[in-house]
Write a protein that binds this ligand. Structure first.
Ligand code: SF4
Length: 92
């Protein structure tokens, strides 16, 4: 199972909403499947929606070319679309 790495910035932040839901909540083993995408939309993205460090998290994922998992309220597919359009930073 692949889980979010909580050793990286910004997930060390005490303000990260996902710290409250457990290490396996954002597991990416079924990433790219219809089930994962449904789960992301219903369960994962809402956790990010109210996260105080959402912008910083997304920016970190873009800068570090993070290819797996939900970061900053976006799935890998959504982040790839931003990168394809040349977006590297986000407004806070
Ligand atoms: S935006 Fe989402 S993935 Fe990033 S720290 Fe907040 S809850 Fe976790």
């Amino acid at each position: 199972m692949v889980s979010k790495n909580y050793e990286v910035v910004p997930l060390n932040s005490t303000q990260a909403n996902c710290k409250d839901v457990g290490l396996d909540f954002f597991a990416t083993e079924h990433e790219g499947t219809i089930d994962y995408n449904k789960r992301a939309k219903k369960e994962l993205l809402p956790v990010c929606a109210s996260c105080a460090i959402k912008s910083a998290c997304l920016e970190w994922a873009l800068e570090n070319n993070e290819g797996h998992g939900v970061w900053g309220g976006m799935t890998p597919t959504q982040r790839r679309e931003l990168q394809r359009r040349g977006v590297r930073t986000v407004a806070s």
